[in-house]
Design a protein around this ligand. Sequence first.
Ligand code: AMP
Ligand code: ZN
Ligand code: ZN
Length: 431
Amino acid sequence: MKILFRPLLCTLIAVAAGCATPSHTSTNTASSAPSAPKAATIKAAPAPLLLISIDGYRTDYLSRGLSPTLQSLADHGVHATDGMQPSFPSLTFPNHYTIVTGLRPDHHGIVNNTMSDPVLGKFSLGNRDAVSNGRWWSEGTPLWETVQKNGMTSATMFWPGSEADIHGEHPRFWKPYDGNVTATERVDQVLSWLDLPVAERPKFITLYFDEVDHAGHDFGPDSPQVNEAISHTDAALARLVDGLKKRGLLDRINMIVLADHGMAPAPSRNVVVVDKLIPIKHVDVVATGVLAGFNPKPGYDFARIEASLEKPQKHMTCWDKTRVPERFAYGSNPRVPQLLCLADVGWRISTSDYLAKKKKQSQGDHGYDNQAPQMQALFIAHGPAFREGAQVPSFPNVDVYPLMTHLLDVPAAQNDGDYNAVKDMLKPDAQ
Ligand code: AMP
Ligand code: ZN
Ligand code: ZN
C-alpha cells in the first residue's frame, strides 16, 4: 500500500479531533499496571477500538465540506481518499457482517438483506425473529465473539448480527435495533460504556448511524436532505470526539469510521418489470430490487427461463449462480438464489404486483456492482496506532477485519482479508 503524508502543524488545527491533548483523566487500562515487569516480557494491553459505521456515506460526501469532525479525523489520521470497496452485493447486512468477520458475503452466509434458506426459511431486515436467530449468522465469527473469547469485553451500539446469539454468544453489551434512538443517544451510550470500571469496560465497541442512508434512499445522494443528514451525523461525531477528549481518550482510542457502501441516484421510474420478460408465476421470487434472485418452482422449466434472462437485457444482467463473474466472489453459498439479475447503476428490478402495492417513492439505491464509483464507501482511521495525515489508496473492505484483530491483538478467524495490504496505515511500532 502506497501512502501519502500531509504535513500538519498541530498548532494550526482548529477542529475538535486535534493533536495530542494532555490527558488529565486517563481511563486507559494499559498504564495502570502496579509494578513494572521486565520490558521484554511486557505485552501492553491493546488500546480500545471503536468501529463506527455511517450507513450509506459515499466516500466523496466528505468533500462537500459538511463533515468538519470527520475531516479533522482524516487530517490527523488515515484516509482512503478514493474510498473503500464494498463487497458484493453492496447492501447493508452483507457488508456490515463482512466488516466484522473479514469474510465475503458468499462465505459468511448473509448473502443479501432478503434471503431464503432451505432449513431456516426467510430472512429480511424487518423480521426480528430471523435477524436475532444466530443460525443465520453462524457461518462467520464476528469480532465481538473473538474479543470475548480472549478475555476482553465487547459492546455494540447497533450492528447487524449483534442481536443474535452467534455460537451461543452475544456482545456483553448490545441493544436491539431501534431506528428511533437518536444519534446523540447512541453516542452517549458509547461514552457511558467507556466510563465503566476498568474490569467491565469494553475493548471493542461498535457505533452505527443510519440517517445518511435513509435520506439517500428517500431523496437521492445529491439532495439537500442528504446534506442535512451528513451535517447532523457529523454533529453527533463532534459530540463523541468532545466526550473522548474530556475523558483524555481521544489519542488513546483507535477509531475506524467507515461506511458499508455508497449511494447512486435511482429514480423510481427506472425499473425493469421482470414479469414482462418471464412468466413470473413459474419461479420463486426470493428478492427484488437492485439484485433480484429467483429459484426454480417445481413443475416449471427453469432452464428455459434462465436461457431467456441470460440473454442481453436492457438495464440489467442475469446469470445462473454458477456463472456470476469471478470478481463478485458470489454464488457458491446455498443461500444465493439459482438465478441472479443485477440492475445497472441507477436502476431496479421489480414485479408488477410489487409496483402496484408500493406507495413510497425512492430516489437513491445501492447493491450495485461493487466496483461502481457510486458504491465506494468512506474509510477514515484515527488513534494511537494510526499514522497521522496519511492518505491511502482504495482497498477491499474484507481487509478491515485483519486490521482490527491486529489492533486488538486477538487471533483472526479464517477470513478473506489481507493484513499486509493495510498494515502501512499503522505507525511502524504498531505494525
Ligand atoms: P438497506 O438500505 O436496504 O441496505 O438497509 C439499510 C437499513 O437497514 C438501515 O437504514 C436501517 O434502517 C436498517 N437496519 C440497520 N441495522 C439494522 C438492524 N440491526 N436490524 C434491522 N434493521 C437494521
Ligand atoms: Zn447500508
Ligand atoms: Zn440503504
